[in-house]
Design a protein around this ligand. Structure first.
Ligand code: PLP
Length: 430
């Protein structure tokens, strides 16, 4: 496989763009080698600048749930563009998409559109602080909520200590209001709540985290968080930027039957355009400007082209329950194939799976939180990734990411993925 065009583009890009990319994980630093530069995508495939085709298992980090360049989305975008690309004024489409989101996502009674998942989570925390009049919030170790300052925080030295800045540029003052807890551990939350009584505005988490690789909530965990938040007057925020409209029509909250106070959304909601949203209970969302005192705004928020793509996507998902059956079947087939391959080769690695999301962790211990995810052999993952890429399968370039499947994966392509997986597993153990 030749990647000469990608290599020369990357060399040139490094002169003008920090690290040669516009989002760090794209640089392949966690897996080695040069990133491939993408020219186009269609259905289950992406194509690089050297005209190599790859079967897609990331799907733009989640949005392309129906596969790339879906004719229905493409046509909606083209049609919307005929009437102009931005107005900076309200539109009928925004009302329609808000009504649809409220109908689909159990916790959402009112919703505000923004331009990214990062904006959604930053805004949700601000609103929760405004609503409760408290400053601190709890975040889980290994969960990602975008790059807002108060989310770029590492664990302090113990479960009940405050966090430290994880990136230069984030101040200690900001970090002190972010409290960190391990995922799947209700006792740790109880300790934090006791140590910070009456000071915690919100608890934010990915209900089914995908950003430390895929991890599944233990039975009763989400329900336990709900109870603690109710008891303590803490706003429970589910960050469903990844899981929203993916694990089910109404996201993880619908699947697990636990309703948060607020929800953040992104990815699928924009059908591949830059969109995010946050919503929740009426009485909380009424705090958002201009209804209430918490300021949040955006020149391009509710952009007509982005709304056309998102509305088309959500309408389709809302009317086609069979999408989720199909996605679950695709996930089941791929994961069953990987497990049988591992068994055949006498390997004992952990596969976490839910619906159309999965992660193969290169560790034989269970992965239930960030600490256990870090037992993975990331060098081995890097070799596996490179082998899959050479065989034409595009994975997330990091061990600590979930994969995202699309309905474009036919049985024939699933067969190819599993063949490549078997070859890769053999290759890396030679
Ligand atoms: N929240 C979650 C759970 C995410 O996975 C991401 C991005 O991957 C974000 C927030 C940030 O979204 P964005 O990259 O659109 O800013």
């Amino acid at each position: 496989m030749q990647i000469t065009q990608s290599k020369s583009l990357f060399e040139k890009a490094k002169n003008y763009i920090p690290g040669g990319v516009n989002s760090p994980v794209r640089a392949f630093r966690a897996v080695g080698g040069d990133p491939i530069f993408i020219k186009k995508a269609d259905g289950a495939f992406i194509y690089d600048e050297d005209d190599n085709a790859y079967i897609e298992l990331i799907n733009s980090w989640g949005p392309m749930i129906l596969g790339h360049n879906h004719p229905m989305i493409r046509e909606a975008v083209i049609k919307a563009m005929e009437n102009g690309t931005s107005f900076g004024a309200p539109t009928a489409r925004e009302v329609e998409i808000a009504e649809l989101i409220v109908a689909m996502v159990p916790s959402v009674e009112k919703v505000r559109m923004v331009n990214s998942g990062t904006e959604a989570t930053m805004s949700a925390i601000r609103v929760a602080r405004g609503f409760t009049g408290r400053d601190k919030f709890i975040k889980m170790e290994g969960h990602y909520h975008g790059h807002g300052d108060s989310f770029l925080i590492s664990a302090g030295s113990g479960a009940v200590t405050m966090g430290n800045p994880d990136s230069p540029g984030v101040t200690k003052g900001t970090a002190k209001d972010t409290l960190l807890a391990p995922y799947n551990d209700l006792e740790a939350i109880e300790k934090l709540v006791t140590a910070n009584k009456g000071e915690i505005a919100a608890l934010i988490l990915e209900p089914v985290p995908g950003n430390m690789g895929l991890v599944i909530p233990k039975e009763g965990y989400l329900e336990g968080l709900r109870k603690i938040c109710d008891r303590e007057g803490i706003v429970l925020i589910f960050d469903e930027v990844m899981t929203g409209f993916r694990l089910s029509k109404g996201g993880a909250q619908e699947l697990f039957g636990v309703t948060p106070d607020m929800t953040t959304l992104g990815k699928i909601i924009g059908g591949g355009m830059p969109v995010g949203a946050y919503g929740g209970k009426k009485e909380i969302m009424e705090f958002v400007s201009p209804a209430g005192p918490v300021y949040q705004a955006g020149t391009l928020s509710g952009n007509p082209i982005a709304m056309a793509a998102g509305l088309t996507m959500l309408n389709y998902l809302n009317e086609h329950d069979e999408v989720y059956t199909q996605l679950n079947q695709i996930g089941d087939k791929i994961v069953a194939g990987i497990r049988s391959s591992l068994e055949g080769l006498g390997l004992d690695y952990t596969v976490n799976h839910l619906g159309s999301m999965y992660s193969l962790f290169f560790t034989n211990s269970k992965v239930t939180d960030f600490a256990s995810a870090k037992h993975s052999d990331t060098a081995l993952f890097g070799k596996y990734f490179q082998s899959m890429l050479r065989q034409g399968v595009y994975l997330a370039p990091s061990q600590f990411e979930s994969l995202f499947l699309s309905t474009a994966l036919s049985d024939q392509l699933i067969g190819k993925i599993l063949e490549a997986n078997n070859v890769a597993l053999k290759e890396i153990h030679q």
